[in-house]
Design a binder for this molecule. Structure first.
Ligand code: FES
Length: 145
């Protein structure tokens, strides 16, 4: 009985994941840059329309993002999007990181099903808000400064 249930669960999981790219599955199962940063230079917590939240912490050195971490209470695709946006932003200048769009996150993930695309928007939005927070702390209120 247990064996049958395990088999069924494995088949269901396989079917669910079949709509996602290898990159999404990899980042969902092995997310990069998970955690938080004590005394971060920039921080944001953003909640999306679905109720999921992504938090991002970053450290800036010589105008580049030297360290970046994220946390989310969201599902696998939210985890993958948070992981990917931190990978895309790491070692970029602050200005370059601000140019990272939801489309960039989607492309880097190899796409997401339409119903999950908002995860990429949430991740990019959280990154932008953390950068805005950093810039505010530097006395530069606008993200376009
Ligand atoms: S399911 Fe809500 S952000 Fe992904």
């Amino acid at each position: 009985m247990d064996f049958e249930l395990d088999k069924l669960a494995a088949e269901l999981q396989k079917e669910v994941w079949s709509q996602f790219s290898e990159v999404v599955i990899d980042h969902a199962n092995n997310p990069r840059n998970v955690g938080c940063i004590e005394e971060a230079d920039g921080y944001a917590s953003v909640t999306g329309v679905c109720g999921d939240t992504i938090q991002i912490w970053l450290k800036v050195k010589d105008d580049s993002i030297s360290e970046i971490k994220f946390w989310t209470d969201g599902c696998g695709t939210t985890i993958a999007a948070g992981s990917m946006v931190t990978e895309l932003a790491r070692d970029k200048t602050v200005a370059e990181a601000l140019q990272i769009t939801p489309r960039d996150v989607l492309d880097a993930l190899g796409g997401l099903p339409d119903e999950s695309a908002h995860c990429a928007f949430l991740a990019a939005n959280a990154l932008h808000e953390a950068i805005k927070d950093y810039r505010k702390s530097q006395g530069r209120g606008s993200a376009r400064d």
